[in-house]
Structures are given as structure tokens and as C-alpha cells.
Design a binder for this molecule. Structure first.
Ligand code: SF4
Ligand code: SF4
Ligand code: SF4
Length: 322
């Protein structure tokens, strides 16, 4: 299959890849997808039409290739003015990149750190363009649709999972995957099992778990220093370095208001045995050791995520409702 520079450039334009990432984007797409982009541009195309095209180009297993492009989020299912059948359209690079990082980690590991940093700086900028106003609205006390709006205690996380049914889907966290996180668990995004078009399940991605397994995972993540947050359908187990909502909240200076914290931390130095666990578990450096090696708590740095309280072996940290 011929791939000229012009074809490649046009596909990149259709996928809205920023010019500085043309080279970085190349391993994220396949030859036949470049050709498909030319044929489809941004318009919906019917399943059979795409398969016929692939077959006419000499591809042997058109159905499998189509499914893989859908699974890799190069294509997504869409409506076509109420017409029958299954229709697809091209996604953009902002949609494709996280899937690549999440589900093709071996290929992503080959990228230089400099490229990964640039990709993530761009991705955070686009993310913030879409959602920062909603985050600011939440911080101002408005009720608007948004994700990761609030930190949850373990009890609240369990209660939320109880409202979401019996089956859940666990997928790799895209923030940590894009940041190539190694210091914390990555397979920790827990969502209500959705089976509709464009869901992870429909793309045969992720792992279906029971409610009991989902709770076990969340409790384990809490012990590993991940902060529970969420609402509606996803329970996230976030870190303080790679998590996009956290990075955005730092930039927007919405500590305690977005993600909303419902609890104050009460630390009792008389009960504390100075084991230092809270200093290792806090993602925001609010518990730390001073120059003399004593554990110190700085309320001004606390985001009210509550994971220090659930992990203190002596109960020296308790919660007070705000
Ligand atoms: S919001 Fe948190 S758990 Fe969800 S994808 Fe980002 S870091 Fe992962
Ligand atoms: S985890 Fe608890 S006991 Fe250990 S240093 Fe922190 S507050 Fe003290
Ligand atoms: S000190 Fe604050 S930010 Fe740190 S773990 Fe505890 S609640 Fe979370």
C-alpha cells in the first residue's frame, strides 16, 4: 500500500494532530487507517462500506481490521441521520492518544521522555480547554456535570459502588498510563459496567469484575496511596502526580473546592507514634518530616482526600465533617 508524504500529512490533518506531533503520532496509526482517513474524512461510513474498501485494497480480514481500529479508538461508532446499520467515523488524535498509552504500553514505552512530556503538556492544555470552566463552577458551588468532583472516604466509595449495580469494569487509568507511572498501581479505574456503543466493554477492553471485587480493588488502592474520587459512574483511584483533574486543580488553585473535600483532618500528636506512614502516603506533602525527622502536618497543603486517616495504624488522624 502506497503511503506518500502528502497522504500522511492529510490524514494527520483529518485526525487533528498538532504538526509538532506528526512523527510521534505515526506509530499510533496503521497504513490502512491512513487510507481510510482519506476516504472517510470526518463523515460517517457504514460498516459494510468500510469492509468493502479494505477488501478492495487487498486486506484479507477486513472485519477484524475494522474491529481493531474501533477497539484502538481510531474509529468510533456513530449515528448517520437515523439510517440503519452500524456506522463509524474517525476519532481525533485527542481521542486516540490515551487509548494508545493505556492499551499499547509496550509501544508507548519506546517514546523518549521528552516526547511524552510534550504530548502530555499538549493533552493537559486540550483537557483544560474542555473542562476547566466546569471545574471552576464546581469550585464555586454550582451543580454542573463534571468528573472527579469530590473525594470519597472508603465507606463512601463502598456506598457509591453499592448504587451502581453488580458488575463493574476495570481499565487502566489513562492519566497514569499517559504519564508512564511506575510508582503507583495503574489498573485502577473502576466504572459501572456499560455495554453500549463506544464503551470499553463494546470494544472488548478492560476486565469485568463483581461488586465485591471492585470494593476489594478500591480498598487495596487506598492502601497503596491512591485517593478515591468520583460520582455517577466512575470511581477513580488517583495519584497526585499524573492525575489530570489534580493537575488542573493545582493550576486553577481550587484546593478543597474542586475536587470538593468533605472532611477536615484532625491530627493528634499525642496519639501519633511517628511511624511516618502518613508522610509516605500523602500525595500533597501535607504530612512530612521536618529537619529533625519529626512528623509535621501542614493544614495549608492538605486537599482533604482522607487517605491518611484510613491508613494511620494508631488512629491518630481522624475526620471532621466540613
Ligand atoms: S482521574 Fe484519576 S483514576 Fe481517573 S484516569 Fe485520572 S488519575 Fe486515573
Ligand atoms: S501514620 Fe499515624 S501514627 Fe504514623 S506518623 Fe502518621 S499520624 Fe503518626
Ligand atoms: S493530609 Fe490531606 S491531602 Fe494528605 S493524605 Fe491526608 S487528607 Fe489527603
Amino acid at each position: 500500500m502506497e503511503k506518500t508524504e502528502t497522504m500522511y500529512k492529510k490524514a494527520m490533518e483529518i485526525w487533528e494532530v498538532p504538526e509538532e506531533f506528526y512523527e510521534a503520532a505515526a506509530p499510533m496509526y496503521r497504513e490502512y487507517e491512513i487510507r481510510l482517513a482519506h476516504e472517510m474524512e470526518k463523515a460517517p461510513a457504514k460498516e459494510e462500506t468500510i469492509c468493502d474498501l479494505l477488501t478492495s485494497w487487498g486486506e484479507e480480514d477486513a472485519e477484524r481490521l475494522l474491529f481493531e481500529s474501533y477497539q484502538r479508538n481510531v474509529l468510533e461508532k456513530c449515528e448517520a441521520d437515523g439510517k440503519d446499520g452500524v456506522w463509524y467515523k474517525m476519532t481525533d488524535f485527542y481521542g486516540r492518544y490515551p487509548f494508545f498509552a493505556q492499551f499499547e504500553p509496550e509501544a508507548y514505552a519506546k517514546y523518549s521522555q521528552e516526547t511524552v512530556d510534550r504530548l502530555n503538556a499538549w493533552d493537559l492544555e486540550v483537557y483544560m480547554k474542555y473542562v476547566s470552566q466546569a471545574a471552576l463552577d464546581i469550585a464555586a458551588g454550582k451543580d454542573v456535570p463534571m468528573h472527579q468532583t469530590q473525594y470519597l472516604t472508603l465507606e463512601e466509595s463502598d456506598a457509591m459502588l453499592d448504587t451502581l449495580g453488580e458488575e463493574f469494569l476495570v481499565v487502566p487509568c489513562n492519566c497514569k498510563a499517559m504519564g508512564r507511572c511506575t510508582e503507583k498501581p495503574v489498573d485502577v479505574c473502576v466504572g459501572k459496567l456499560q455495554k453500549g456503543p463506544n464503551s470499553f466493554y463494546d470494544r472488548k477492553l478492560g476486565k469485568v469484575v463483581s461488586a465485591a471485587e471492585a470494593k476489594e480493588l478500591v480498598h487495596w488502592a487506598n492502601k497503596k496511596g491512591l485517593m478515591q474520587s468520583g460520582e455517577h459512574e466512575w470511581l477513580c483511584n488517583c495519584d497526585g502526580v499524573h492525575c489530570y483533574p489534580t493537575k488542573m486543580a493545582r493550576i486553577l488553585k481550587t484546593r478543597l473546592r474542586y475536587p470538593t473535600s468533605h472532611y477536615e483532618i484532625l491530627w493528634d500528636p499525642k496519639v501519633c507514634i511517628q511511624c511516618g506512614k502518613c508522610t509516605r502516603i500523602c500525595n500533597h506533602g501535607a504530612f512530612y518530616k521536618d529537619a529533625q525527622g519529626n512528623v509535621v502536618y501542614d493544614e495549608e497543603k492538605c486537599w482533604g482526600c482522607t487517605i491518611c486517616a484510613s491508613n494511620c495504624p494508631k488512629g491518630a488522624i481522624t475526620l471532621k465533617k466540613r
